[in-house]
Ligand binder design. Structure first.
Ligand code: GDP
Ligand code: MG
Length: 167
């Protein structure tokens, strides 16, 4: 089996870090500066029975500038080209308008399964993670909800398996 996945989410939620950790190779640029990623950069997750090509995206947010608008249309066109979408929300920040804005965009991409990914779990307590899984589930209809940490590597294998399941 082979297919494509991409991660979407607000800037700085850990998309690039997650992709790097999953593919075990530093291919995407990570930074705490918004809009560092301006191009969809691919990495490959290899499994004995499957290959998953990951497309990185710039953070999606309500566009305020021409560059922002161009970046958002790049993200939206990427969404229609992949087999599965990973919607990233960090465990250590309350779900907000920015996340809802993206969740609403995702409901418009009806054909593609969306896996909600609660990122940065190394920065949150068990209780916080449990609460966030619930809060994120309420943002839309998700095929799965998976908590991970790109930094500690926690649950990365499970996320890989879940994404591959939807190819
Ligand atoms: P992106 O904008 O969504 O691609 O986010 P990045 O992957 O560039 O990460 C933004 C910032 O959050 C960087 O400073 C990362 O080091 C940090 N970060 C990302 N993932 C994690 C994580 O799982 N745990 C912790 N502690 N920090 C993270
Ligand atoms: Mg990035």
């Amino acid at each position: 089996r082979a297919g494509f996945a991409c991660f979407v989410g607000r800037p700085n939620v850990g998309k690039s870090t997650l992709m790097n950790a999953l593919v075990g190779q530093k291919v995407a640029i990570t930074s705490n500066k918004p809009q560092t990623t301006r191009r969809a950069i691919r990495g490959i997750v290899h499994r004995p029975d499957a290959q998953l090509v990951i497309v990185d995206t710039p953070g999606l947010h309500r566009p305020r500038t021409l560059l922002g608008e161009r970046l958002d249309s790049l993200v939206l066109s990427t969404l229609t080209e992949v087999d599965v979408i990973g919607f990233c929300v960090p465990a250590n920040e309350k779900v907000g308008k920015g996340d809802r804005f993206i969740a609403d965009k995702l409901t418009a991409v009806k054909k593609t399964p969306v896996v909600a990914v609660v990122t940065k779990c190394d920065l949150a307590s068990r209780e916080q993670i449990a609460e966030q899984l619930l809060a994120v589930s309420e943002l839309g209809e998700f095929a799965d909800v998976v908590p991970v940490s790109g930094v500690s590597g926690d649950q990365l294998d499970i996320l890989g398996d879940v994404l591959i399941k939807h190819l």
